[in-house]
Design a protein around this ligand. Structure first.
Ligand SMILES: Cc1cc2nc3c(=O)[nH]c(=O)nc-3n(C[C@H](O)[C@H](O)[C@H](O)COP(=O)(O)OP(=O)(O)OC[C@H]3O[C@@H](n4cnc5c(N)ncnc54)[C@H](O)[C@@H]3O)c2cc1C
Length: 326
C-alpha cells in the first residue's frame, strides 16, 4: 500500500496529508504513491524515546557521539582501531577468508572479517563475486540501492526567527523538526523530477536547529541549522554545474514561504556564516543520496554529519499547521 492511499483513507486536508506523507518517503527511492511506502510511515513511527511513542531523539554531541561511544566501548574490550586505512581487498584462500590488504599494501591476517561497507562493495569489489555462490553474486550485481535525500547544513550567527508566531511557538519551532510539504501532489511532483534525473523543482524540507537542544555543538555561540530535503537524482549526471546551488536556493525560498526565513533574510538578519560553496562539495555514498558536506572548515563545529529531528507530539501538530502552499 502507498502512503498516499493510506492517508486518503483517513484524512481530507491536503496540508495534513502532505506533512504526514513525507515520513513515508524519507530515505527511500520512492514517491508517496509508490506501493510499500505506507510501511515506511509505520517504520518511522515505531519505537519511543523517554516514554513518547514514535518520538525521535537527538544525540547530544552530534551523531558522531554514537560512533565515539561504540569506539570507546570496543577499545575498553581490547579492540585496536585504525582510521584512514582503506581496504583494497578482502583476501580469500582455498575458499576461506584470511584477512584484508590495505591500499598501502600492508596485510592484516584474521580468520573472520566483518565489513561495514555496502554489501555490493564488500562482495563484488573487495572479496570478489567469484568466491560466492553464483546466485549470491548475481543478486549482488542486480542489487539497486538509490537515494534521493539531499542534506543542507548551515552555521548561523543566531537562531532563525519565525514571523507571526508567539514566543512560545518560536521556542517550540526551534526545538522540533519543521516539515514543509504542502500536499501529496507536491511531494509526488518532487519525486517525479528525481525519477527524470533532475533535482526537484519544489523539494520537501524538514528544518531543524540542533543547537537549540545541544549548544555543545558549537563553542562560539553560533547556531547550527540543517535541512533534510528530498528529492535529488541519485547519479552525478543529475547534478550539473550550478544545480546544487539552484536546488539549495529553492530550499531557502520554500523555507521563507513556510514562515521561516530565506537565504537573503538569513544573510541580512541571522548572518548566514557558511552553507555551501567555499570548497564544500556533494559527497555520495552507495545507497545514500547526495549529502551536502558539513561545514567542517569552521573551527569549533562538531557532530554536524547527520542529525534527526527530535519530535514531540505537540510539535508534530505544529508541523502540519505550518505547512504552507508553494
Ligand atoms: C541524507 C541521509 C540522512 C540520514 N539521516 C539519518 C538520521 O537522521 N537518523 C538515522 O538514524 N540514520 C540516518 N541516516 C542513515 C544512516 O546514516 C545510515 O543508516 C548509517 O550511517 C549506516 O551506517 P553504516 O556504518 O552501516 O554505513 P556507513 O555510515 O556508510 O559506513 C560505511 C563506512 O565504510 C567505509 N568504507 C567503504 N569502503 C571502504 C573501504 N574499502 N575501506 C575502508 N572503509 C571503507 C565508508 O567510508 C564508510 O565510512 C541518513 C542517511 C542519509 C544518506
Amino acid at each position: 500500500m502507498s502512503v498516499a492511499d493510506l492517508l486518503d483513507d483517513w484524512f481530507e486536508h491536503d496540508g495534513l496529508k502532505g506533512s504526514i506523507a513525507s515520513s513515508g518517503v524519507v530515505g527511500v527511492w520512492a514517491g508517496p504513491r509508490t506501493p510499500g511506502t505506507a510501511y515506511n510511515l509505520l517504520h518511522h513511527a515505531l519505537g519511543e524515546i523517554d516514554g513518547i511513542p514514535g518520538g525521535w531523539g537527538q544525540v547530544i554531541g552530534g551523531m558522531g557521539a554514537i560512533s565515539t561511544a561504540i569506539a570507546r566501548s570496543a577499545e575498553d574490550a581490547g579492540a585496536v582501531i585504525r582510521t584512514d586505512a582503506e581496504v583494497a581487498s578482502i583476501d580469500v584462500r582455498d575458499g576461506r577468508v584470511v584477512g584484508v590488504t590495505l591500499a598501502d599494501g600492508s596485510e592484516l591476517r584474521a580468520p573472520i572479517v566483518a565489513s561495514g561497507a555496502h554489501p555490493k562493495t564488500t562482495i563484488l569489489d573487495l572479496a570478489g563475486g567469484e568466491h560466492f555462490p553464483e546466485d549470491v553474486s548475481r543478486d549482488m550485481r542486480r542489487y539497486r540501492t538509490r537515494g534521493g535525500s539531499v542534506k543542507i547544513n548551515m552555521v548561523l550567527s543566531e537562531p532563525p526567527r519565525y514571523e507571526r508566531v508567539t514566543a512560545e511557538e518560536q521556542h517550540m519551532l526551534e526545538r522540533t523538526g519543521v516539515n514543509l510539504c504542502p500536499s501529496i501532489d507536491y511531494l509526488e511532483r518532487a519525486w517525479q523530477d528525481a525519477t527524470l534525473g533532475k533535482p526537484a523543482e519544489g523539494p520537501y524540507i524538514e528544518v531543524e536547529v540542533p543547537t537549540s537542544l545541544d549548544p555543545t555543538l558549537t563553542d562560539d555561540g553560533t547556531t547550527v541549522m540543517t535541512m533534510f530535503t528530498q528529492y535529488g537524482p541519485h547519479d552525478e549526471a543529475g547534478w550539473p554545474e550550478g544545480a546544487r546551488e539552484a536546488y539549495a536556493g529553492r530550499c531557502f525560498d520554500s523555507r521563507a514561504r513556510g514562515g521561516g526565513v530565506g537565504e537573503g533574510e538569513l544573510q541580512r538578519r541571522s548572518g548566514l556564516l557558511k552553507c555551501r560553496g567555499d570548497g564544500d562539495r556533494v559527497v555520495r555514498r552507495e545507497g545514500g543520496g547526495a549529502l551536502e558536506e558539513p561545514p567542517r572548515a569552521r573551527r569549533g563545529h562538531r557532530g554536524l554529519d547527520r542529525h534527526r529531528h527530535s519530535q514531540h507530539p505537540a510539535a508534530l501538530r505544529l508541523r502540519s499547521a505550518r505547512a504552507a502552499p508553494p
